[in-house]
Ligand binder design. Structure first.
Ligand code: SAH
Length: 371
């Protein structure tokens, strides 16, 4: 434990931030670049427009988004089920980095009792609140719908416990989906985010989430000729090769029309070590492809995937163009369909190669609170 902590101390100071190229004298430059990162992230997510299903279905990453949603549904559903089996009744949940409330329906399906939604992007939090109110109105009033609180806060800097309506509230689950990597800019920030996630968890409670796999990112970058890798759907661009500080190892992530922000590598052994300080034990760490291969074997997960249109039908119905028109993108699906025993009758579910290359960067983690 201490060896790791020492390495951390040694390395955490090695981050070099680029000053902008303006002619301003140094004293006029923003004094604190840390503020800029968080503000940029908040501004970026605040600017993202809510688009309807019709527009979403035209997106190059329509199926990938559905796939990610399926994966989160499975993760959330199984976590809720485990807690139920252990005898927990009225579950309370913290959605850390809730965004616009993309997981609200999943929590309602899970039949939870109370939800606290927190995010740095105020506009997103308000959209999340509106979505919640609409769900509540459309449902049967209070019945069947969980109570909720919405908090706008930089969860790498502020303590959420101080902002809870019910100061003694504890959680059965903290869910942190596609968020934790924004905190790995510094040890202080990563620790504050973790503290927010774990401090108020009940013994036996779960901290679940999804984040890019640092090994996968570095492996792919090192296999490329440049500091960058990706395709027409996404692009990851590092600042340097060969030196990957434990904190503040920044790369730029661009995902078509959705994300265009700086993110930070999360070195998982360090994450696990830091979580252990909050009494957390790692239960599951699986890359998306492994998680998918395991869960898809169960028929109810498979049915859910079909219902959520997580995978694109190949070949498309009525000669529809698939999300990607590049033939090579669908080669594995075509090969499967061309095999003699499948000829003529074959429809398979697939993600385009580009979408799969993007989705397979991520991993799923599950920690459980021991004490
Ligand atoms: N969890 C949601 C949103 C993921 S997008 C989902 O799965 O759909 C990442 C979210 O992290 C954005 O909403 C962004 O505003 C939020 N975020 C980034 N940095 C944050 C911080 N420091 N504190 C709180 N939220 C943050």
């Amino acid at each position: 434990m201490d060896a790791l902590a020492d390495v951390t101390k040694e390395k955490k100071t090695t981050v070099k931030r680029k000053l902008d190229e303006s002619d301003e004298p140094p004293s006029r430059k923003p004094p604190n670049f840390e503020v800029d990162h968080n503000t940029n992230v908040a501004n970026h997510y605040n600017r993202l427009q809510e688009v309807g299903l019709a527009a979403r279905s035209q997106s190059r990453i329509f199926f990938m988004r559905n796939f990610n949603n399926w994966l989160k549904s499975v993760l959330i559903g199984e976590t809720v089920e485990k807690l139920r089996d252990a005898g927990q009744r009225r579950l309370s949940v913290l959605d850390l980095g809730c965004g616009k409330g993309g997981d609200l329906l999943k929590w309602r399906k899970g039949g939870i009792g109370h939800l606290v939604c927190a995010d740095i992007a105020g506009v997103s939090v308000e959209q999340c609140r509106t979505r919640y109110e609409q769900m509540r109105r459309k449902g049967r009033g209070d019945e069947g719908m969980f109570s909720a609180q919405f908090i706008t806060a930089d969860c790498t800097k502020e303590l959420l416990a101080d902002k809870l309506d019910r100061p003694d509230l504890t959680f059965d689950v903290c869910s942190c989906q596609f968020v934790y990597h924004y905190s790995f800019e510094s040890e202080v920030k990563a620790d504050m985010m973790l503290r927010n996630a774990c401090e108020r968890l009940k013994p036996g409670g779960y901290f679940i989430g999804t984040t890019p796999d640092a090994y996968e990112l570095v492996k792919r970058m090192e296999a490329s000729d440049s500091l960058s890798f990706g395709n027409d759907v996404f692009r990851v661009t590092f600042q340097a090769r060969g030196d990957y500080p434990l904190f503040g190892c920044q790369y730029h992530f661009n995902l078509e029309q959705v994300v265009d922000v700086p993110e930070f590598l999360v070195y998982f052994p360090l994450f696990e070590h830091m979580a252990s300080r909050y009494g957390m034990r790692l239960v599951t760490k699986q890359r998306f492809p492994e998680f998918y291969n395991e869960k898809i074997k169960l028929s109810h997960h498979r049915n859910l995937m079909m219902k959520m249109a997580s995978l694109e039908e190949f070949p498309g119905e009525h000669g529809e163009r698939p999300a990607s028109e590049v033939e090579d993108e669908y080669r594995p699906a075509r090969q499967h369909c061309d095999r003699a025993d499948n000829a003529g009758t074959c429809v398979v579910g697939t993600l385009s190669r580009s979408e799969w290359e993007a989705a397979s960067i991520y991993l799923v983690f599950v920690f459980q609170k021991m004490s």
